[in-house]
Design a protein around this ligand. Structure first.
Ligand code: 4NP
Length: 167
């Protein structure tokens, strides 16, 4: 099974690299997904931080929970992403609207939606921590961990269905 997942926020230095790092760690730790080929990436709708490492505050908060975001580098969403990815998850509604406009100009046939739609919490959006209080980075992690667990469940179900089909 091959699945590809792209996480998108505004700058690609806080929320979406956190989602990329958390989701990748959870996939790597999941014994039922060892044979699955899962491509994971993140990008921003803005180009401001292209080439930069994740925000130091995001890296520090993630590191405390065992996630290493240091290898990641920011990039902007590009039209080819809509051909490359099965799932594109936006961190908030503004970015989802921008992605929908871009997707409409392509042949995108995958799933495009809010990442937090995968969980039942009260929040629909991952709040932007960039200009906010220090605890914003932990809030991002809490939300992203919960949604990543939900996405793992979806992929594990697909994976086991695919394996049954191949029998
Ligand atoms: P992100 O956070 O979209 O979660 O990466 C932001 C990063 C930078 C800016 C805004 C949000 N900025 O205005 O530079």
């Amino acid at each position: 099974m091959t699945v590809s997942v792209l996480f998108v926020c505004l700058g690609n230095i806080c929320r979406s690299p956190t989602a990329e790092g958390v989701f990748r760690a959870k996939v790597n730790a999941h014994e039922q997904l060892t044979s699955a080929n899962i491509k994971i990436d993140s990008a921003g709708t803005a180009a401001w931080h292209r080439g930069k490492s994740p925000d130091e505050r995001s890296q520090a908060a993630a590191k405390k929970r065992g996630y290493d975001l240091s290898p990641l580098r920011a990039r902007q969403v590009e039209p080819a992403d809509f051909a490359r990815f099965d799932y594109i998850f936006a961190m908030d509604l503004d970015n989802l609207a921008l992605l929908r406009e871009q997707a409409a100009r392509t042949e995108f046939s995958g799933h495009l939606g809010l990442f937090l739609q995968l969980i039942d919490g009260v929040e629909r959006e991952v709040p932007d921590p960039y200009y906010g209080a220090a605890d914003g980075f932990d809030r991002v992690l809490n939300l992203v961990e919960a949604a990543s667990d939900a996405l793992i469940d979806i992929i594990v179900h697909q994976h086991s269905n695919n394996q049954n089909c191949n029998k």
